[in-house]
Design a protein around this ligand. Sequence first.
Ligand SMILES: [Cu+2]
Length: 114
Amino acid sequence: MMKFISAVIVATLSAMIIFLPGIAYAVDVTMGSNGNLVFSPDNISITAGETVHFVNGMLPPHNIIVEGRADLSRESLMFTPGESQDILFADAGDYDFFCGPHQGAGMIGHLHVE
Ligand SMILES: [Cu+2]
């Protein structure tokens, strides 16, 4: 009986993993890549409606400030490597973004949405 229950649990967990809704990101951006105060990549092109996935890397804390767009910015600082923020860009345009703590160090990027 225990063996049967174990098998059911394993089968259920497997099914949950397989059928978890997958989220497709247009771009993964690493913040603090390879110990440098950069967004990587820092020059991004996506299509309107796509989502950019920002992942915290080395030298935290980091955040994402989209110039002139408080609604798209993620001001809360991320301290733990692996933390992430998703930003959906619904409108075409050109966006400059930077990391609040590290803007002066050149942690900036550009996003083109078509
Ligand atoms: Cu930073």
